[in-house]
Design a protein around this ligand. Structure first.
Ligand code: UD1
Ligand code: UDP
Length: 366
């Protein structure tokens, strides 16, 4: 009998990095993969799944406007527990570091169903950055019995936290699988000019909320001073983010403030960009995969491999310093070229197949 593996996820980045895992599991004779969505995101989740064509069994549809973290956790926990029971889950897979990740792993743990963590072991070393993601990831790892670590560094972090070496597989990042798949299919958004240099911008992290308005004001000044560049900024649907960044940037002609893009279009935009300016986790991996330098508006990153490889630079999140450093990077063509030549530390596009093989091995004696 096939083992019923439930992939539980609910936000944009989880969907993008778990869809390739579902597709790889689907090819295995011993496994029946089933997708269970929390619906922590709504539109952004649909946009992320659109190009993969993966079906889901159930969507708890928990998202509310301006949801709070405790309220969200309280809606996810019983819903996931009941759905795992209804779907007769033999095993659960969660991904990454969102509230959905931790609460789904906790629900499975409480139901005594073993859980595997895809993208396990990343650590920034600070519980306040990224917030609350560092805690989500640490807590999830504490509940899981199998770990799919994207890099050797993530494996080392897991070993330090006491994980058993035989339960850790180093697989590469499924973000690489996803971006390679998507960049072959997407078409560029209409606002992207046919020629000239482009920067993709995304900013949304909770720990950056207090400085988002000031970051946007400084970014407007950088854009005004670089009228030969186009800045394409798909703005997260969170009203807190939109209210902070849109007023400061809406008057800049060369800043295209647009709604979030379907993943295929996003992949095409990233591939067309000379630089990425972001506080996202996933974009650090995608920039590294596409050879597009990434400037990160954070003080620390749980993805140090990109910095070590040279494709990622940390700007901090103090608005004036961060945006002055970014403007200096834009003006330094030689540095941009040298960053772009870095080797991708995140994998080769076969992480999902490795996860499927490891999982088959893990469950064969269950
Ligand atoms: C969440 C994750 C974060 C991840 C990010 C990816 C947590 C605590 N945070 O943060 O780790 O990096 O997703 O984007 O799990 N909204 C919509 N439509 C959507 C999605 C969001 O309207 O499709 C709005 C809603 O008003 C919602 C708000 O955005 O209440 C915040 O969404 P939420 O998932 O709580 O936080 P994110 O900042 O998206
Ligand atoms: N993304 C997308 N459309 C957008 C913005 C981002 O498809 O308009 C993709 C992006 O390419 C990456 C993922 O969403 O794969 C990153 O998600 P997000 O920034 O929301 O979360 P994080 O990576 O910070 O957890």
């Amino acid at each position: 009998m096939k083992k019923r593996i439930v992939l539980a996820f609910g936000t944009r980045p989880e969907a993008i990095k778990m869809a390739p895992v579902y597709l790889a599991l689907k090819k295995r004779e011993t496994i029946e993969p089933l997708i269970l969505l929390t619906g922590q995101h709504r539109t952004q989740l649909e946009q992320a799944l659109a190009i993969f064509g993966v079906p889901y069994e159930r969507n708890l549809d928990v998202m509310t406007d301006r949801q709070t973290l405790p309220g969200l956790a309280a809606r996810i926990l019983p819903g996931i527990a009941q759905a795992l029971h209804d779907l007769r889950a033999d095993y659960v897979l969660v991904h990454g570091d969102t509230l959905t990740t931790f609460v789904s792993a906790w629900a499975a743990f409480l139901e005594r169903i073993p859980v595997g963590h895809v993208e396990a072991g990343l650590r920034s070393g600070s519980m306040s950055e990224p917030f609350p993601e560092e805690a989500n990831r640490v807590l999830t790892d504490a509940l899981c019995d199998t770990f799919f670590a994207p890099t050797e560094g993530a494996r080392d972090n897991l070993l330090k936290s006491g994980a058993h070496p035989e339960r850790i597989w180093v697989t590469g990042q499924t973000a690489v699988d996803a971006i390679l798949f998507a960049s072959k299919q997407g078409r560029l958004p209409e606002c992207v000019p046919p020629s000239g240099r482009v920067v993709t911008v995304t900013l949304h992290r909770r720990e950056n909320w207090p400085v988002l308005g000031a970051l946007a004001e400084r970014l407007a000044a950088v854009a005004n001073a670089h009228s030969d560049w186009t800045f394409v900024f798909p703005v997260h649907l969170n009203p807190i983010v939109r209210e902070a960044v849109m007023p400061a940037l809406s008057a800049c002609e060369n800043v295209k403030l647009i709604d979030p893009l379907e993943y295929g279009q996003m992949a095409a935009l990233l591939a067309r960009s000379s630089l990425i300016l972001t506080d996202s986790g996933g974009l650090q991996e995608e920039g590294a995969s596409l050879g597009v330098p990434v400037a990160v508006v954070r003080n620390v990153t749980e993805r140090p491999e990109g910095v070590q490889a040279g494709i990622v630079t940390l700007l901090g999140n103090e608005p004036e310093t961060a945006m002055n450093s970014f403007a200096a990077l834009m003006d330094d063509e030689a540095r941009i070229r040298s960053m772009a030549r870095s080797k991708n530390p995140y994998g080769d596009g076969y992480a999902s197949e490795r996860i499927a093989s490891a999982l088959e091995e893990r469950i064969k004696n269950e």
